[in-house]
Design a binder for this molecule. Structure first.
Ligand code: GLC
Length: 424
């Protein structure tokens, strides 16, 4: 590492440490003052490089709040803060430690395999991984039971926040069907911490809350939510993460002497990988979402349909996706925009409607590398580090200018930078 990269590394460590609450890490102070599901799993990868034990704790704390039915919630409200809306009273899930009632991309299987593979104390890592295996397996089972009742091999999200790509253009059309009547009056907090022009709109927020209220009125009974929800979308990116985690959990379970758990997860991954092909679009040369209410593919070329490279898709698909990324990259300054820049709906500063996010870059470059698309993977890493050098550890970036957007001093951005620099 040269002097400049050393400085960046030091800075990244600082961000991780200042957001560390002891047994979990907040994504950033102010805007997100609790534990977020996939943030924590990806953050653990960065923490590993300075404290292996602490990295395992991050994921264990999340799983200590798993629901009895197997779901792992998207937020755990460890310590009350009125700086975030919707808080625990709105969700009203009645968990011992309050949590939200929806989930997030299941990246835990992938994360613990990576922690285990790199562990210096293998016996300790095996002990901690072994305790998490059945919990992650139960979460995967939950997905197929509760979110794929028709046995399509692909799971649906019931709320845009579950995708992790909150206000993506992917949800616009399906969201039109979500009513807003009966939404209780509320005051947003996100727009007090970040520029409102970068955040979801009021109309979107009303619908987010309609769904929360509907699910709450059904007692958060997951056996009822899928059929009752007016919003059900099959997101290729979300499914790709589940597939990759199931594959990785299977490999790890084999290594740790759990062949049945391994076989279950391998079967899930293979079945879903085959089903994913029904989402391929020749027109866009990437995967698309399917609206499970209408049965139609959604004509929206977002990063959700690029992310399947993370899940060992067929080689020809990975090659096509690398070319699609190249086409996008030629129209912006920094990679990877979260939406096709040629789409008139592209909004460079608004959250998931175009901006670049380092966690996406990390997963995409990882998949491209495994598929042999090394040059494109390297380009993405270089672009990510340029963004940090220019704009610091932001939540996300305008891909046309590199301007930092959303929250600052952001945990998972810092964790991904440490990962990139460690691999360099
Ligand atoms: C936003 C992002 C989501 C992330 C959360 C905390 O809601 O869309 O992916 O988990 O912030 O960082």
């Amino acid at each position: 590492m040269n002097q400049q990269t050393e400085k960046i590394y030091e800075h990244a460590l600082e961000v991780l440490k200042e957001n560390d609450q002891g047994s979990y890490t907040v994504p950033t102070k102010g805007l997100y003052p609790f534990q977020w599901n996939w943030d924590s799993c990806l953050t653990a990868l960065g923490q590993f490089h300075y404290d292996e034990a602490r990295a395992w704790t991050e994921i264990e704390t999340l799983f200590a709040n798993q629901w009895p039915d197997g779901m792992v919630p998207h937020i755990v409200f460890h310590v009350y803060s009125d700086g975030y809306f919707p808080g625990p009273n709105v969700w009203d899930t009645r968990r011992p430690t309050p949590t939200s009632g929806i989930t997030q991309p299941p990246v835990a299987g992938f994360a613990i395999k990576r922690l285990y593979d790199r562990a210096t104390d293998k016996a300790e890592a095996a002990r901690r991984a072994r305790a998490l295996l059945p919990r992650i397996d139960a979460w995967h089972r939950w997905f197929y039971e509760m979110r794929d009742p028709g046995h399509e091999g692909l799971v649906a999200i019931l709320h845009p926040w579950e995708s992790g790509r909150d206000n993506s253009i992917d949800w616009d059309e399906a969201f039109e069907r979500v009513p807003t009547d009966g939404v209780e009056p509320y005051v947003r907090r996100d727009t007090q911490h970040a520029d409102p022009a970068h955040r979801p709109t009021k109309a979107q927020y009303d619908r987010y809350l309609y769904l929360v209220q509907l699910f709450r009125s059904l007692g958060w009974d997951n056996a009822r939510l899928h059929d009752a929800s007016p919003f059900k979308v099959v997101d290729p990116g979300f499914n790709a993460i589940l597939i990759r985690s199931a594959m990785d959990l299977a490999a790890l379970a084999d290594e740790l002497g759990e062949p049945e758990l391994a076989a279950r997860n391998r079967a899930r991954a293979e079945n879903s990988l085959a089903a994913l092909e029904t989402l391929w679009s020749d027109k866009h040369q990437q995967y698309l979402c399917r609206d499970r209410v209408t049965g139609q593919l959604i004509d929206s070329a977002s990063i959700g349909g690029i992310l399947p490279v993370f899940a060992a898709v067929p080689k020809a698909r990975a090659e096509a996706i690398a070319r699609t990324i190249e086409r996008w990259a030629n129209e912006v300054k920094y990679m990877v925009p979260s939406h096709d820049p040629a789409d008139p709906r592209f909004e460079p500063k608004r959250y998931w409607r175009a901006p670049a996010w380092l966690v996406m870059n990390y997963m995409i470059q990882d998949g491209l590398r495994s598929a042999g698309e090394t040059a494109m993977a390297d380009r993405i890493v270089t672009s990510s580090l340029e963004l940090i050098t220019q704009s610091g550890f932001a939540e996300y970036y305008d891909p046309t200018t590199g301007e930092p957007c959303g929250g600052g001093r952001f945990t998972w951005t810092a964790a991904m930078v440490i990962e990139f620099l460690e691999a360099a």
